[in-house]
Design a protein around this ligand. Structure first.
Ligand code: ZN
Length: 387
């Protein structure tokens, strides 16, 4: 069994993933995810240390049609394929997710990369995997939504509980938006525990993820939603995460864990209004790494997700692999000059000089977690003791 300090991580670093691109004025920029990979390279994460390994090029295929059909409908695959033929104009949904030339192949590559990362996790003991360009959690079986064409995390879950025959998978989603494609995709399925922290749907797309949505049929009680009010910061997230996640995972006893680690709950994001700093992400990744060691031989797959501020996305995702192997680089460490020049070339903005982010501070009040925990206890019929 892996333990902190001895765990290893595979990072999917295939430059072809940069093809998932809606254009320069679209909020979703795959370049922010790629800058995270470049930060790892520039800081020497993969060199001569044994804990980090890249997965790229020949090893990262596009998802096959048969693999995509594990979650998506045939007619939808045909529609995406046709939309990406020729000049690839128009939208795949009602106006958020544009088609582009070759969009079927680009989205299949993202899905294939996540499935490759899942394979690494399931085929080895104590090796975790990270797919920074994945986490497209809004796509539904028959439609695109919210910048997501194919739902790579849902495909990973379907693959793990289907052909791979893992009896139970835990999915934790900390993106600022509710992961509706995943939750409704497995709403009746008791093999999938889904715990989703997000900005309250009454204030943010896609509007779903109320506490009362807890699953149905065999899935009753396995879907757990924690909607946060705008402005909630590290302290609120930390309290709720530590009270809810370890307790539910220990009861559920998953055979693998998937974390969707979107970075749009970070303060200063362009689309959401939460106030987290890197501290929240470090807590989530580190806690799940320990729980995966305790419960499922270290089987933990982490993907990226949303995130619309290049500085936040690249710095947080660029630290995830370190946290996965039990390392905690000091935020004050100066970022490499070569990476800062690249950041400025790619984004046209000023590069941060290190990974520090001002927190709202000790004065941040956590006025909501007690109330949310009471409501959660009532709908799930269980308590979440503190400490
Ligand atoms: Zn999001």
């Amino acid at each position: 069994m892996a333990s902190e300090g001895s765990a290893a991580v595979t990072v999917v670093a295939d430059p072809r993933l940069r093809g998932y691109e809606f254009g320069p004025s679209h909020p979703f920029q795959v370049s922010s995810r790629w800058l995270a990979v470049r930060l790892l390279e520039e800081e020497g994460f993969f060199i001569g240390r044994g804990a980090g390994e890249r997965l790229e090029l020949a090893e990262v295929p596009m998802a096959t049609r048969a693999e995509l059909l594990r979650f998506h409908l045939e007619e939808y695959l045909d529609r995406v394929d046709r939309a990406g033929d020729g000049d690839g104009r128009g939208f795949l949904d009602r106006g958020d997710t544009p088609a582009f030339p070759g969009c079927y192949g680009a989205a299949s590559r993202v899905a294939g990369a996540t499935l490759s990362a899942l394979g690494v996790v399931l085929d080895s003991v104590g090796r975790r995997a990270f797919q920074p360009a994945g986490g497209l959690h809004h796509a539904h079986p028959g439609r695109a939504s919210g910048f997501c064409i194919f739902n790579d995390v849902a495909l990973a879950i379907a693959t793990a509980i289907g052909p791979r025959r893992e009896p139970r998978v835990a999915y934790i989603d900390i993106d600022a938006h509710h992961g509706d494609g995943v939750m409704y995709g497995f709403y009746d399925d008791g093999r999938v525990l889904d715990i989703d922290f997000h900005q309250d749907g009454r204030t943010l797309f896609p509007g779903t993820g109320a506490i009362e949505e807890t699953g149905r049929g065999d899935g009753a009680g396995t879907k757990v939603n924690i909607p946060l009010p705008p402005g909630a910061g590290d302290r609120t997230f930390e309290t709720l995460f530590l009270r809810v996640v370890p307790s539910l995972l220990r009861s559920f006893r998953p055979h693998a864990i998937v974390l969707q680690c979107g970075v749009d709950a970070h303060r200063g994001d362009g689309l959401a209004q939460l106030e987290w700093t890197p501290r929240s992400y470090e807590l989530a990744v580190t806690t799940l790494a320990h729980l995966s060691d305790e419960l499922c031989s270290g089987r933990l797959l982490v993907t990226g997700g949303g995130g619309y501020n290049a500085a936040s996305v690249s710095r947080v995702l660029g630290r995830v692999p370190s946290w996965l192997v039990g390392e905690h680089p000091p935020p004050e460490r100066t970022l490499p000059a070569s990476w800062r020049r690249e950041f400025e070339g790619v984004t046209g903005g000023t590069s941060p000089s290190d990974c520090t982010v001002l927190a709202v501070g000790p004065a941040e009040r956590d006025a909501v977690s007690d109330r949310l925990l009471q409501r959660l206890s009532a709908v799930l019929g269980r308590s979440f003791p503190g400490g």
